[in-house]
Design a protein around this ligand. Sequence first.
Ligand code: FAD
Ligand code: FES
Length: 281
Amino acid sequence: MKNQIVSKEEIAPNTFRYQIKHPKIAKKRKAGQFVILRVHEGGERVPLTIVDSDPEAGTVTLIFQAVGHSTRELAQLEVGDHLMDLAGPLGKPTHIEKFGTVCVLGGGYGTAPVLPIAAALKAAGNDMIGIIGARNKDLLILEKELGAICPRLEVATDDGSYGRHGFVTDVLKSIIDEEKVKVDFVLAVGPTPMMRAVANLTREYGIKTMVSLNPIMVDGTGMCGGCRVEVGGETKFACVDGPEFDAHQVNFDLLMKRQATYKPQEKAAADHACKIGLDKA
Ligand SMILES: Cc1cc2nc3c(=O)[nH]c(=O)nc-3n(C[C@H](O)[C@H](O)[C@H](O)COP(=O)(O)OP(=O)(O)OC[C@H]3O[C@@H](n4cnc5c(N)ncnc54)[C@H](O)[C@@H]3O)c2cc1C
Ligand code: FES
């Protein structure tokens, strides 16, 4: 039945992989696109990347970390439960071409959106290098899956508990500087400070770089203006013009400011406990 969760797996602490039945999205979706879901009627809209799909089985794969109120609600669902709704595929598919040597970087659970794009870039004949990072070994995801796509996969952890001690940008810099690898194209997805750090690095070398932005999204159709970002001095809507943009043109400072807009409300939602039992009504 549509929107039913057919499999659930915790792939890292608080990070879940769901397969959800939705034959139309499973058939239509392309790398780089996302869905917006609601867990229940009064629920917030949650944008999540379509990590994979199985058109035969009619399922889409989503990976998410339970970080706030709505993703925690999503994490409470079990196999057999239904989402209230699942809209998509949304956003522009990734522009895929043969660039030559491509380096894909994933930070934290931003590694999930990298996976389908890396697969499409490889299918187009690019030589793939993958670099993934996380705060520590336990939080690292999809090493095996990305390793199957990238013959060379490097890992960095902030605390040095696995792979190289440091940021993904440190690894990229040493590949370019010390190993003198000619990287033709870079794609980075992860926390905004990570994407900004990658953009600042590759700008120095003149390497074409795309990032997939995650501003606040509401309707996902270009109507509400919630996801507006500044790219090359122009206002763009990440849901319909993106989510991928030229990293060297993105105004990351403005993006970070807008991402923090609802921090007090998000904190209040996370701390809130209903005292009159409405949450059980
Ligand atoms: C297009 C897009 C789609 C998304 N889809 C999903 C989705 O499907 N599911 C979902 O749950 N979330 C999704 N997100 C959210 C996003 O991936 C998370 O906000 C992000 O990964 C935060 O992860 P974290 O808390 O582990 O970050 P952190 O633990 O803060 O950082 C993770 C790693 O990033 C690197 N890093 C951090 N800061 C820097 C820095 N200053 N310089 C260099 N490297 C740095 C480090 O290697 C670090 O270990 C999406 C985001 C984007 C952009
Ligand atoms: S989410 Fe409303 S305009 Fe993009």
